[in-house]
Design a binder for this molecule. Sequence first.
Ligand code: ADP
Length: 405
Amino acid sequence: MQKEQFTMKILVINAGSSSLKYQLIDMQTEGVIAKGGCERIGIPGSVLKAKGNGKEKVYNNDMPSHKVAIELVLEALHDDEIGVIKSMKEIDAVGHRIVASGEYFKKTTLVTPEVLKTLEEKTFELAPLHNPAAATAIRACMEVMPGTPMALVFDSSFHQTMPEKAYLYGIDYDDYKKYGVRKFGAHGTSHKFVSQEAAKFLGKKPEELKIVTCHLGNGSSISAVDGGVCVDTSMGFTPLAGVLMGTRSGDIDASAVEFLARKKGLSHADMVTYLNKKCGVAGISGVSSDFRDLEAGMEKGNERCKLALDMFNYQTKRFVGAYAAVMGGLDCIVFTAGIGENTPYVRAGVCEGLEFLGVKLDLEKNEGKNDGGIRDISAAGSRVKVLVIPTNEELVIARETAELL
Ligand code: ADP
């Protein structure tokens, strides 16, 4: 029994509207045996880039649907050259990343026909691009690997511990009850992973620590993790809330949204698309949503690139301060994801002026090279530890799936 559990291999699937990323993880070592991604599913020119056995292979096969994509992924896992398994039976379970759960799912859930029905009937409108793609991928897996257990692992599960006073909006309570409009948060697997890694790194139990985790990527969210559980997070009903992001506005007065829509002659739906796709640091800078481009622009003297970066730092810092207040203290700040792991300007900007909270950054360490490991960038004597921790959302999905089984 024990042995079986230790040799478990879990396939993690992260399906987007036209993409599908996967990793096959050996749960004994928690190492990645094979991984890859399909792009342009349903669009001409689809491609799968797959890695296994230390080699990479590119499949330029037509992928009109997620089902065909899944079939191709399984083919790659069996491939003579890059394949890592001999039979489908070697895959013990599949963990699917699901963006939105609404109030229908609180934790990692085993896929059954009823569960799939609820996912399809209740949650699509909460994440219209991601959840339908995930459901299609699940149905495709059920067809090509019948009998293999599957789990739904939700981005929002880690945030389910938020108290009501943190997740409610100041709207009519009956409307909250009727429509389920509240804060759900996102990037939960990442916040969970890095907060646990931080505790391990510091040689403490998660229960002993008050941590602010900053997942700063193209989408960014900040969480307050008190005693190992999430007590607040910056994203809301959808990932549009919180700090300004690559192309998302972040928090904005709802009346300003209505005012802007009227001035620009945009429908409700178009206005939401505008706030998701045309705003954020891309909108402020007028240059790019990519922080590398913004830094390059700033170095050349582009004031709006600098403004976009400084707004991002300022808004992130505001959440760090707010969450220290919410938790009544702060032991550790964690930076993770593309920007958090790679952009010293942001980490320095967020920590600057937080000395009153006991935060002291070592500027030299902050500028140090990203070696892919955990880095302590706080100065000697800093009461609050500042850590850079590479995130690993796939591993959390695999762990949750293994635990469920
Ligand atoms: P997401 O997963 O939300 O699409 P990422 O976590 O990959 O986003 O973060 C993307 C952001 O990280 C971009 O703005 C990019 O500029 C920034 N970044 C900065 N340096 C690097 C780097 N060396 N590698 C990857 N992303 C980087």
